[in-house]
Design a protein around this ligand. Sequence first.
Ligand code: ASP
Length: 339
Amino acid sequence: MRTTSRYRAAARTIAVIGVLSLIAACSDNGGGGAGGAANYPDQNITFVVPFSAGGPTDTVTRMIAEPMAKKLGAQIVVQNVEGAGGTVGAGEVARAEPDGYTVLMHHIGMSTAPALYANLGYKPLEDFEMVGLVTEVPMTIVARKDFPPTTLQELVAYVKANAGTVTLANAGIGAASHLCGLLFQSAAGVKLQEVPYQGTGPALTELVGGQVDFMCDQTTNTTGQISAGAVKAYAVTTPERVKSLPNLPTTTEAGMPQLQVSVWHGLYVPAGTPQDVVQKLTDALKAALADQGVIDQMAKLGTAPVPAEDATPQAHRAHLEKQLGIWAKIIADAGVKAA
Ligand code: ASP
């Protein structure tokens, strides 16, 4: 293996997804691959999530892991390798053996990190093979339930009046929540105290607990909390309302049309992974995205699988290239850098 650190680190969450009957057929997860698709997969596959367990990236990964495991005939081990806005986990996969046994689920952060981090340690277009796009998820602006403002306009007025004390959570520099928070602050004309977490799973838990004031997070994680009244919701950051939260206005309706962001996810393997192995993963991804259970689960959480033609390496690469250009400009204009 070119990387061993993922097996050494202590604070990682691991879950094995697949059918029990496969366990006996699978060898352990520590060795190298067979170097081609003929026997692939003949051992467990690790899906690295570069954010904490319980967050949106983790949720989407676990949704598709089971149908993908079924199609591939292998166990999928979901491993959370969090830190630095998703760049720690992405870096580990970039340096992993290109054998199809280490797969990265990442999001929009793949296209923002190069403009934010001076020493990223990987190049998105050169160090990965793209497997396919997965889904695109709206974000919501949510606050602890006893936070005084009740509308987006009131929120803007409140944070401006209390800029020294209000706290805005995010999942680290370059995370979607960080970008959404920047867009919010720029639209509102205010600079707030940001509180970074290793993912928005723990951030949302602290928001519900009242330890932090507000944040942006994907509908995959906020829908349940909003519907249960555990958090206060102000707006959804897409041009259209989401069906699962029909009463929540869009940012445009609520008076902040500048705040438009949705979070796309894609699957990656290290550059040099044999094309026939990538193809098997793409086929399994397509099968998962066509699975009625996945479609229903995503719909309940305000999202949907990408169309089949986008769950391909070609569409994924084209999308990433475009997104890298878009975010490089936005980030340069905003003058933001990771410390
Ligand atoms: N929602 C997170 C973000 O802000 C990441 C996560 O925890 O999935 O990028």
